[in-house]
Design a protein around this ligand. Structure first.
Ligand code: BJW
Length: 234
């Protein structure tokens, strides 16, 4: 990785977990070709048919917890980078899986939430959760409300998490790296433009194919994350 003189912000998306065995959203055969996002990833979809939405996330939660889903060489390389540069590295992931956590990244923000957490619609408490939801018997560990837990994920129309912290980091960073994201979903898709507007940072995209925002990056590398990321950061 080229020499730098300031913080590094890394944005990751579903492509980084693809080689760990998790589906992306918009690749051929991806999640949005299997289900309609309006049905499962909007507050309106949840109000219309909560059981359907809970079943969608129950399936994905069970999938994530199977033994064969593990962090890959790209997650591990980003965790090593944080070991080397300490709190100079800020990892912002759009992914709700826990593969960065398992790889050892800790200066990490899940801007679209976490699959292994639930949020109580009554007291708004967030809790670790590893089993199915939606039986009507789910009880909030904090306030005791019955059947009012939802997946702690950010649906379309909801505000992503940690936006103030992200905006501050984008403004100060010397390197902005985007890994495995199609650059389709805002506000994450707009981060490279924000960094570029401030003008100081090097920007690099590592993705299987050119993303929607590829022309905004100073450097674009194409290929699988498990090859590109270790080669770039080590
Ligand atoms: C590989 C690979 C390998 C494959 N190696 N690469 C303009 C401005 C602001 C907002 C909007 C706007 N226009 C519209 C909006 C609203 C909307 C939006 O963006 N819509 C667009 C579709 C147009 N955004 C929102 O509603 C967001 N909220 C919001 O904007 O609030 C307003 C606000 C913002 C800020 C401050 C104040 C107010 C919320 C968005 C929530 C997204 N939620 C989801 C689902 C929930 C989580 C879940 O179930 O998992 O999040 S949608 C889904 O897409 C998921 C992902 O995190 C997200 C991004 O997908 P990602 O990661 O890019 O995956 P793919 O599949 O698209 O791409 C994978 C890439 O990997 C591909 O390019 C492959 O080539 C590559 N790849 N294998 C390397 N081995």
């Amino acid at each position: 990785m080229s020499a730098r003189t300031g913080p590094i912000v890394i944005l990751t998306g579903a492509g980084i977990s693809k080689e760990s065995g998790l589906d992306t959203f918009r690749c051929a055969g991806g999640i949005w070709s299997q289900v309609r996002l309006e049905d499962v990833a909007t507050p309106e979809g949840f109000m219309r048919d909560p059981d359907r939405v809970q079943a969608f996330y129950n399936d994905r939660r069970r999938g994530l917890l199977t033994d064969n889903i593990r962090p890959n060489a790209a997650h591990e390389a980003l965790a090593r980078l944080e070991c080397e540069w300490d709190d100079e590295v800020f990892l912002v992931t759009q992914n709700i899986d826990d593969l960065h956590d398992r790889a050892g990244s800790s200066n990490l923000l899940h801007m679209h939430g976490e699959l292994l957490k639930v949020r109580c619609e009554v007291c708004h408490g967030v809790h670790e959760w590893r089993t199915d939801l939606g039986t009507g018997e789910d009880t909030c560990p904090a306030c005791g409300a019955l059947g009012r837990l939802r997946p702690h994920v950010v649906w379309f129309g909801e505000i992503p998490l940690g936006m103030d912290r992200i905006a501050d980091a984008l403004e100060r960073c010397a390197l902005f790296m985007s890994v495995g994201t199609s650059g389709t979903v805002y506000p994450a898709a707009g981060f490279v433009a924000e960094v570029t507007r401030v003008g100081r940072a090097h920007t690099v995209e590592l993705n299987m194919e050119a993303s929607n925002g590829a022309s905004l990056f100073r450097e674009v590398l194409q290929g699988p994350a498990t090859e590109l990321v270790p080669a770039y950061v080590d």
